[in-house]
Design a protein around this ligand. Structure first.
Ligand code: ADP
Length: 582
């Protein structure tokens, strides 16, 4: 009895101790600066080692890129009780700033942030769970083509599943800034534009592509472009503004009314449509191979962090984009590009092409890769062509100019690749920064080096000895060429109105950036993937940058969007009707 009473008292004492030891949840607020959108402010609530909530109260990150980190990381921190969750691969600046804001909020709450930096381990290999799913149509990739195909196939009654390997939808399509080329549209008619029809569109696309494009695909794209514009209008994504397409005088570039970039505008609207239709999009899920039976595609194998999926489908649509972020693949077609940087989204690794080829698909124009000559090495940021047209020049690491810096993208890019480092510096001065807004963005984001004299700029660019002397001489020679109105060295004859003599002076390390891969899977006008014997692979369809033939040797601006809307729709329609017939 005595012993029982003692045990009871001990238990009571332990309980009281435990009660007094339980701390109240605490709250804190913290802010950190992101180079992209400025301050990110968060409120955290923590109970002991539990992170109860992380709320972002202030942020201005890029919609569709940084905003993905803003949406996903707080939840991941709460689930793992750790700050050390995986950042979003395409939004590292935002991810890092968000984590810094959370650290500061924890300090504000009187806590040690280090206590919440617990390594988050992925599921062990042995813990992977096999899952089998059955659908009518599986679509691999949720960029422009995949989302369009998904909406279209679902509208026709198919049961559709979309797989996307990145934590966000949009792919390269999200980065498209121009518009969508289309001919004989309601918007052209409303503006009285009559000289930019289907025939002109076909001719411009063929000429722009050095006439190696597949004429039947180009004709299909042009003839269906007006209907594609109407369909976009019907889903709440009108493109009513019409402008001339770069490189031609014809007006078929269709843009959003409010001047927003076409890529983020369309991806947002297409994604909303896909959600409205109730299509499931599995993010962070990578398709790894195509399942076949009797030579037909009947599904895909896929994985996420914890599951191995067998997805049985009556039809498979490959919409995995290009291979502009797969350097090994790039170098196998063009070894000179092994050291090139890319403007492409991290998901553009050519997976659809590889998976298709594995089951016998043919490819076309794989070595046709479009480069942009002024891309910042570390992040793939495009440095605007306006910097050169306003008087900027290019120099190599010997401190010398090496080409007519105002030549075509192809020519300037090849000249850069011939330099020792396969890269160059773009040089501009304070006269240009005063007039060109984008240069302020470069300076604020820390990608420029600067100097009050040419000598100081050379030193900050890392040029020493002879290279530094060359650089000073180059600048003086260039200023003299501008004064004379003649570039005797390289024959540049435009963008020479003003010299580069207004300090401080700036440089950005740039290199040709891979911009678009024109080649890809061979398809017919109904988006069937064609095998190396020239036959249709039953059940397999492809659309968008993963296919080849539409753009030939050079894509004209505005055609990537037209390609993904027109052929995304055809792939959705074809896959839905093929599935219905199985
Ligand atoms: P397109 O313009 O042809 O639609 P995008 O680059 O916009 O091309 O979109 C392709 C999408 O496919 C990207 O979001 C990319 O992350 C996704 N993707 C690429 N490979 C795979 C894969 N193996 N599994 C799932 N999604 C993939």
């Amino acid at each position: 009895m005595k012993r029982a009473l003692f045990a009871c008292l001990a238990l009571l004492a332990a309980l009281m101790l435990a009660v007094t030891a339980v701390a109240e949840p605490v709250k804190g607020t913290g802010t950190a600066n992101s180079e992209i959108g400025g301050p990110i402010t968060v409120e955290v609530e923590v109970d002991g080692s539990d992170i109860l909530s992380v709320n972002v109260t202030e942020q201005n990150e890029t919609v569709g890129i940084g905003s993905v980190a803003i949406e996903q990381l707080p939840q991941a921190m709460v689930e793992s009780d750790s700050i050390l969750v995986d950042g979003v691969a395409t939004a590292t600046v935002t991810s890092d700033a968000l984590k810094a804001a959370v650290r500061s909020a924890l300090e504000d709450a009187g806590l040690d942030p280090a206590a919440y930096e617990v390594e988050v381990t992925a599921a062990e290999a042995g813990e992977r769970t096999p899952v089998t799913l059955d659908v009518d149509v599986v679509i691999v990739g949720a960029g422009g083509a995949g989302l369009t195909a998904a909406a279209q196939a679902k509208e026709l009654g198919a049961n559709v599943l979309v797989l996307e390997k990145m934590p966000m939808v949009g792919g390269n399509s999200l980065k498209a800034t121009g518009g969508m080329n289309a001919a004989d549209t309601q918007y052209q008619a409303a503006l009285g534009i009559t000289d930019s029809g289907v025939q002109e569109f076909i001719e411009d696309t063929m000429n722009g592509g050095h006439n190696i494009n597949d004429l039947s695909l180009v004709t299909t794209m042009a003839e269906n472009s007006s209907d594609a514009i109407d369909w976009l209008t019907s889903i709440g994504a009108p493109l009513p503004k019409v402008a001339a397409t770069g490189g031609t005088t014809h007006k078929y570039l269709h843009e959003p009314e409010d001047g927003s970039a076409v890529g983020s505008y369309l991806v947002e609207k297409l994604n909303a449509r896909v959600e409205e239709l109730g299509v499931t999009v599995m993010l962070n899920t990578t398709a790894t191979s195509i399942i076949t039976a009797d030579g037909a595609a009947v599904g895909v194998m896929a994985q996420d962090a914890e599951h191995d999926y067998t997805i049985n489908a009556k039809a498979v649509v490959l919409a995995t984009g290009g291979f502009g972020a797969n350097f090994e693949m790039m170098a196998s077609y063009n070894p000179a590009l092994a050291n090139a940087v890319t403007t492409n989204s991290a998901g553009a690794t050519g997976d659809g092409i590889v998976m298709g080829v594995e089951i016998g698909a043919d490819t076309v124009d794989m070595d046709q890769i479009q480069l942009h000559p002024t891309v910042y090495q570390e992040t793939g940021l495009l440095v605007s062509e306006s910097v050169r047209s306003m008087g900027g020049i290019l120099v190599n690491t010997d401190g010398k100019r090496f080409c007519n810096d105002m030549s075509t993208r192809d020519a300037v890019s090849s000249a850069e690749l011939e330099q020792d480092t396969s890269s160059a510096y773009i040089i501009f001065d304070s006269r240009i920064t005063a007039d060109l807004k984008s240069t302020q963005k470069y300076i604020n984001s820390g990608i420029t080096v600067q100097g009050d004299t040419y000598e100081e700029l050379a030193a900050n660019m890392g040029l020493t000895g002879e290279a530094a002397d060359n650089f000073v001489e180059t600048m003086n020679t260039w200023n003299q060429a501008v004064a004379n109105g003649e570039d005797t060295e390289f024959g540049r004859n435009n963008g020479m109105d003003d010299d580069l003599s207004t300090a401080p002076f700036y440089a950005i390390h740039i290199a040709p950036g891979i911009h678009h891969t024109m080649g890809g899977l061979k398809i017919d006008t109904e988006t069937h993937v064609i095998n190396t014997a020239g036959e249709v692979i039953p059940g397999l369809f492809a659309a968008g940058e993963t296919t080849g033939g539409v753009h030939g040797g050079n894509r004209i601006g505005g055609n990537a969007v037209c390609d993904f809307v027109v052929f995304g729709r055809i792939a959705g329609q074809q896959a839905a009707s093929y599935a219905a017939a199985q």
